[in-house]
Design a protein around this ligand. Sequence first.
Ligand SMILES: [Zn+2]
Length: 263
Amino acid sequence: MSEQEKSFTDWGKKALSQSENGKRIIISETVDSYKSKGFTADETLEILGANDVNNYNLIQSAVDAAYGRTASVETNQVRESYIIPAKYSEIKNLVEAQLNELGPKEFMNKLARSKNPIMPVNDKAFNSYLRLASNALSDKSSMSQLHDGLKKWFEEAIFVSHCAAKSTKNEIRVASVNGKYVATNERGASCEVCLDSGTCTCAKFANSHYADFGLACEHVVAAADKVSPHQRLLKAVREAKVQDSNTTKNSFSFQDLRTVVRS
Ligand SMILES: [Zn+2]
């Protein structure tokens, strides 16, 4: 990796670590690297959890996902509404469903020949993806080869949305209006975000068919970042109450409050 690439990666990681969803990307990458080194789910959780107690719940969800464990109760609760994808494996099934529904030709057109394509590939690459997509319908190993090929394009789209949501150049401001969110940039252009369905009215979202592939644009990411501290606060208060009823001391200490704010 060149110095320039390294510094871009460092910058990206720093930008990501400043948002809840960005943290999920970094954590799930770290969990994957522990898994590939042969650590068990419990070992990975113990090591990462001990080093980063503030993000314990995020780490636990990432470990559950990476090792295919039954999701924790907390994850099930969160999964009731739309979740911003942090990696390709989280939207893989949607991508496969699109291929089954549309057939290979239309599937590839939607991915690579739309107005603002997720995969801006040349004709040669298009045709080889098309062959792979055709074979994938009846052949499992072609399907996994196809997923390997698509992964980098989707993860780039995910990365770009997360970085754009945090970028000071875009200056996305989010306001809550009648249960929906309106995201406005510094030029005054605005779009409407629905977090329940994970959709946005911006051109990129429509032109790149983000809804069909489960992807989030920067406005959805920015809106989700805006509400998550509130949801986490409510959840932490619920947890504190449970702890409270489990202990003989009837106390809600300063330490609890500090954990609530920081977690
Ligand atoms: Zn948008």
